[in-house]
Design a binder for this molecule. Structure first.
Ligand code: DQA
Length: 138
């Protein structure tokens, strides 16, 4: 069974409550439960942190063991050289995802330290972005 982890960055623990016009009304926990039921072929796990170093620690921990990483680094996408370097350092392929279409938003969201090192990028499909990323590992 393929081992896939979803890693979510800062403020994504507030999904459901946070700017629902942009990020939707569903909590990530609800969505994750549905995803597990729908994709029994994967051994899925989930990690969220608001702390940059904890995200890097997790990438290093799983990055030589897992078959795939689905990463929404949230605001750190646009700022973190450290997360970009971590993705370069590990072996497991990383799919970058975003709930919103970052290119239709503020200019500072157009820059990503993740994209150059990611296997692929999926954005703008709401929580379905995660599902589409998962399907790429089928
Ligand atoms: C986000 C987009 C980022 O620009 C923002 O900082 C987030 C969420 C998204 O999933 O749309 O926190 O990564």
């Amino acid at each position: 069974m393929k081992k896939i982890i979803i890693i979510n960055g800062p403020n994504l623990n507030l999904l459901g409550k946070r700017e629902p016009g942009i990020y939707g009304a569903q909590t990530f926990e609800d969505f994750y439960k549905d995803l597990n039921q729908k994709y029994e072929a994967f051994e899925l796990s989930y990690f969220q942190s608001n702390i940059e170093g904890e995200l890097i620690d997790k990438l290093q921990e799983v990055g030589f063991l897992y078959d795939g990483i689905i990463l929404n680094a949230a605001a750190y996408t646009h700022t973190s050289v450290g997360i970009g370097d971590a993705i370069k350092a590990i072996e497991t392929p990383v799919i970058e995802v975003h709930i919103s279409n970052t290119f239709s938003r503020e200019e500072f969201r157009h820059q990503s330290y993740i994209s150059p090192n990611a296997k692929g990028v999926i954005l703008g499909f709401g929580l379905q972005s995660y599902e589409l990323a998962l399907q790429s590992f089928l």
